[in-house]
Structures are given as C-alpha cells and as structure tokens.
Design a protein. Structure first.
Length: 121
C-alpha cells in the first residue's frame, strides 16, 4: 500500500478522533453537572433511589484513599508487608530513566515495542 495514502489516512482519522474527543469532553462535563444536581436534590430530599418505568437512579457511597503522608504510608506497607495496598504497575517514566542509565531493576524485564508517532508539519 502507498505510504503517503496511509499517513494521510492516519492524520484524517486522528483529526476525526480529536473532534469526537472534544465532543465527549463537553458531554462528560454536562453529565457531571447533571449528576451533581441530581445528587444534591436527592440528598436534600433524603432519597437514595428514584425509579420510573424507564430508569432507575440510585446513590452509592464509595470510599477511596487519600494519602496525606507518603512516608508514613510507605513505612506502614514495609513494616506490615501490605504491598497489596499499592497498584501493581511500575512507573514507565521512572523505569525508562533507570533503563537508559543502564540500571537493572530486579524482577523487571524491559519490553521494547515500536509505536507510530505523528505531528503536523
């Protein structure tokens, strides 16, 4: 296949994706506003569930961690061996820096892969 046509097609597709992502961002913003309004109204009326013939809307309480002292947190993990409190994904950036400096990290093998990158000229 013609490389010029392929690269042009790639730019057309990326442009379309950019336009769609912009629309999605606007929609996500609108969704957040409506969700916030709905949550506030439901809280004001002390409701946790709304149901009609077509929809059900309900409120669930979630909990998420907010680390306020990383040193204490890491110390706790180390002392208790509770490594399951961390996501199991090494930082690509930190690994890349170590790899480029020739530093091997035990337990990690580098995986090399090629990507197509683009920029407008």
């Amino acid at each position: 296949m013609d490389l010029g046509k392929l690269s042009s097609e790639l730019f057309v597709l990326k442009s379309k994706k950019k336009e769609l992502n912009a629309k999605i961002e606007v929609l996500n913003g609108s969704i957040k506003l409506v969700e916030r309004s709905l949550l506030d109204a439901m809280n004001d009326q002390k409701l946790i569930k709304l149901t009609d013939d077509f929809h059900t809307v309900y409120v669930t309480r979630q909990i998420a961690p907010k680390v306020v002292n990383w040193d204490l947190f890491y110390e706790y993990i180390h002392e208790t061996n509770y490594f399951h409190l961390l996501e199991r994904r090494p930082s690509r950036t930190a690994f890349r820096e170590s790899y480029e400096q020739g530093q091997a990290i035990p337990g990690i093998d580098p995986v090399l892969f090629d990507e197509v990158r683009t920029r407008k000229t």
